[in-house]
Design a binder for this molecule. Structure first.
Ligand code: TPP
Ligand code: MG
Length: 806
């Protein structure tokens, strides 16, 4: 136990020794971290690493935080937290430098296997099979992202998971929770509290009363921009005072502490921990008077924007300097002893750096040597020897090459060998091909799950029907299916605007809150970004959340979090973290500028890493939910808003039938032209295909169903090979999702070979749709537009059979 103040009496030698050892260990950790920062900057300035952003000036509060961070807890922070990661034993000196260099081995750089720049931290939640490790026997950090405040929405979910585990019965929580006694700890820079995501998260956590502790590292600056441009009154805890809880109202506990005052920090973090862990009350710790000894990052110098007075103050109040003074004052060590420790640490950091550099470089040197031998051999038999010799010399003289230099030398050599036909050339070609096979995955693997629960292994289970099955309002199929899901999977829960009490705006959840409780079928505030974050955080702690975004158009508020956080999570951790979150929304064929429901091109191009599913009816949608619960990947499911009241036959295997992911469905066979669409527009296309039959045009209609992943079996090209004509129809802007689909078929699937007519897309107008039925008619492809566009293709192919229509 650390004394609360510097004046606490030490009662025995033994107590003092324990106390002294612990403080000295802390000091060593802080010094190690600082020396890493200093040396790290030099590595960047001498060209060994690309970019550096470090934790100097923020060391001491992180020691205090690490003391109260327990197994099972989670961190969601930002790039200043290296001292904390070291203090909890999750970042060694060598790993720090491996991250700085971008070492592609996940063993060498456990944070991201070289995928993220240094300073982006994370721990491993998954084993090598992609299965959950026991998160209760380790300290956990969710993987950082660079957008400032982007860590906040996820933090909310990490905290809320504890609340769910504490209050919902029947969930197997062995690996994830002990009765919800885990705290989610966030960090954010003072300037980043200007972001909307910060305020949205703070409010939501206050409403939800979750065990979240947010530390604000306040150094008065955000790069060069002073607090006076960032924060009203230049004081974030002052302006957030209204969140402080009191006798009558729940809220936050707000604490303020100086970032260089070791003993006060220790006391503050102990207090924060107790309040959050025991009582599930969110806590905000405003840590003031922090510094940035080396400035913001390796990209600039702070002398340009800080006054002399400020720079002098920062020197004096450098938290390490202040800790040292305090230690001397309290007889923890003499100046000489502390200096000797510092000297040892400097040496240790230099050694660790060297080991990291050698481990990073050696495999590339081996590859370089192999490449040189092969290029040399090929050069000897080539007439272009002189040119190739230059390439060889450049590579030989490069003592610290990257993989880029190695492989580009080989590839450029091939150009000089183009007329040769030697075994040496073939060996070089084979080596290049093999190189890509082994090296490319180092940079590109794990965008999606590579486990046995990957969605690409999903299999179809057909809905089955009683002989006298009723045609019902389709929303009842969705509702009954969710009922089955919540009944069968205690770890599932859904939350969204109007999802709880009224059972969502289309009553797809009617009556389910009463049945499953307010925590599992929940209303939330209007705050799309943190709805998403809530889902991400809970999914990272073993739950199966379904985050509901009321309408597709409003997903734009959450799109940044989907794109930056959810979509990259598995990739940026090289498969060491996952968030199998289901995002439920409704869209398609809505009417009006902000009710268009169709911005799919924008979405699919920003969320690679998330599956995007566009079922044409509620049975298909329900089948997707059932499939997704067997999988370990995130997905967005867009239900058809105009489909809830259409009639569908009620299956008798609700909860069990499954729509496979990445598989198209042919809804009408035909021989003249392949028509592709999805969602609500598919229904118009299918209807139009019937009308086209009346003029002798037999169209094949295919429902894409799954935009990401797209037609894994390449079934569409088989259809094009039969019909030799192709049209993609959707309600997105021109060049949106229809262009993506066309590229998939013509380029990826090689469909161009089979075409007898120009391939076509039919999309909406470039502007957002105008309001009302007529607005829709003149904004999005109508049945007549589709009919005429298809007819025109047939007219061009055979004008006599299909005379001009207009
Ligand atoms: C959304 C976004 N905008 C801008 C940036 C560039 N940027 C990186 S750090 C930073 C300043 C952050 O300052 P603060 O939150 O006070 O943290 P500090 O670095 O001072 O610890 C900015 C503007 C970014 N990463 N993300
Ligand atoms: Mg700052």
């Amino acid at each position: 136990m650390i004394p609360m103040t510097t004046t606490t009496q030490v009662t025995s030698d033994l107590t003092f020794q324990v106390f002294q050892t612990e403080i000295l260990n802390d000091y060593k950790t802080a010094l190690t971290s600082r020396e890493c920062s200093l040396l790290g900057r030099r590595e960047v300035l001498t060209g060994k690493a690309k970019f550096g952003i470090f934790g100097d000036g923020k060391e001491i509060p992180q020691l205090a935080w690490a003391k109260v961070f327990k197994n099972g807890d989670f961190r969601s922070g930002y790039y200043r937290d290296q001292t904390f990661m070291m203090a909890i034993g999750e970042l060694t000196i060598q790993e720090f430098f491996a991250g700085l260099y971008g070492h592609t081995s996940i063993e060498a750089d456990p944070m991201s296997g070289g995928r993220q720049m240094g300073g982006h931290f994370g721990t491993h939640s998954l084993d090598s099979n992609g299965d959950w490790k026991n998160l209760m026997s380790q300290k956990n950090s969710s993987a950082d992202i660079s957008p400032t405040a982007g860590q906040m929405p996820r933090l909310l979910g990490l905290a809320q998971a504890s609340k769910i585990y504490r209050n919902v019965e029947g969930i197997d929580s062995t690996k994830f929770s002990n009765a919800g006694y885990e705290v989610a700890w966030g960090t954010i820079g003072n300037a980043s509290t200007s972001e909307g995501l910060f305020f949205e998260t703070i409010n939501a956590a206050g409403v939800l009363q979750v065990p979240m502790v947010i530390s604000i590292w306040d150094d008065e600056y955000g790069i060069s921009v002073h607090a006076k441009h960032q924060t009203t009154k230049e004081n974030i805890s002052e302006i957030l005072k209204g969140f402080q809880r009191d006798k009558n109202d729940k809220g936050y506990e707000i604490l303020k502490v100086k970032g260089w005052d070791y003993s006060a920090l220790v006391a503050t973090y102990q207090k924060a921990e107790r309040i959050a862990r025991e009582d599930h009350v969110p806590v905000m710790i405003h840590v003031i008077e922090l510094t940035q000894p080396q400035g913001h990052s390796t990209s600039g110098s702070h002398e340009r924007y800080k006054s002399k007075e400020r720079l002098n103050w920062e020197k004096e109040y450098d938290c390490l300097a202040q800790m040292k003074l305090w230690m001397i004052e309290n007889n923890i060590g003499t100046e000489e002893e502390l200096d000797a420790i510092h000297k040892d640490i400097k040496k240790e950091v230099r050694l660790g750096k060297k080991a990291a550099w050698n481990a990073f470089l050696q495999p590339i040197i081996d590859e370089k040597n192999e490449a040189i031998a092969l290029i040399k051999a090929a050069a000897e038999t080539s007439a272009n020897r002189a040119f190739i010799t230059k390439i060889i010399n450049d590579l030989v003289n490069n003592n610290e090459p990257g993989r880029k230099e190695v492989i580009s030398a080989c590839r450029r050599t091939l150009r000089y060998l183009v007329g040769d036909n030697s075994d040496e050339k073939r060996r070089l070609q084979d080596w290049i091909n093999a190189y890509f096979e082994t090296v490319q995955p180092k940079y590109s693997s794990h965008l999606h799950s590579e486990s046995k629960a990957s969605a690409i292994h999903s299999e179809k289970v057909e809905p089955t029907y009683d002989a006298d099955a009723q045609m019902v309002d389709a929303r009842l199929i969705i509702r009954d299916n969710f009922d089955a899901i919540f009944g069968n999977h205690p770890d599932t829960l859904i939350f969204g605007e109007d999802s709880g009490n009224i059972g969502d705006v289309n009553q797809g959840l009617e009556g389910l809150q009463e049945k499953y409780g307010e925590l599992r079928v929940a209303d939330v505030g209007i705050r799309e970004a943190t709805i998403l974050g809530q889902g991400i955080g809970m999914a990272m702690r073993g739950l199966r959340p379904i985050a509901e975004i009321q309408y597709l158009d409003y997903i734009l508020y959450a799109l940044q979090i989907m794109s930056d956080d959810l979509a990259t999570l598995h990739y940026r951790t090289k498969g060491k973290q996952k968030a199998p979150l289901i995002v439920r929304t409704r869209g398609h064929r809505l009417e009006g500028i902000w009710h268009s429901g169709s911005q799919l091109g924008g979405i699919i191009n920003l969320v690679r890493g998330i599956h995007v599913l566009v079922p044409r009816n509620m049975t298909k949608a329900a089948g997707f939910y059932n499939t997704l619960l067997d999988c370990d990947e995130p997905a967005l499911v867009i239900e058809c808003l105009n489909g809830y009241r259409l009639k569908e036959k009620m299956p008798n295997n609700i909860g069990d039938f499954k729509t496979p992911i990445g598989v198209v469905e042919t809804v009408k066979e035909g021989r003249d032209i392949t028509l592709l669409s999805y969602g609500s527009t598919l229904r118009i296309v299918a209807q139009t295909a019937k009308e086209l039959l009346e003029v002798g045009i037999d169209a094949e209609v295919i429902d894409v169903q799954s935009l990401l992943p797209f037609d894994l079996n390449h079934d569409i090209v088989k259809s094009v090979a039969k019909t030799n004509r192709l049209m993609v129809i959707d309600e997105d802007v021109p060049g949106g999702a229809s262009a993506y689909i066309l590229n998939e078929i013509l380029v990826t699937q090689g469909g161009f070979k089979h075409l007898d007519s120009e391939p076509k897309t039919l999309a909406a107008q470039s502007h957002r749709p105008a309001y009302g039925t007529d607005g829709d008619y003149f904004s999005k492809p109508s049945a007549e537009d589709i009919f005429e566009a298809v007819y025109e293709v047939m007219h061009e192919a055979s004008p006599l059979d299909y005379p001009k229509l207009r």
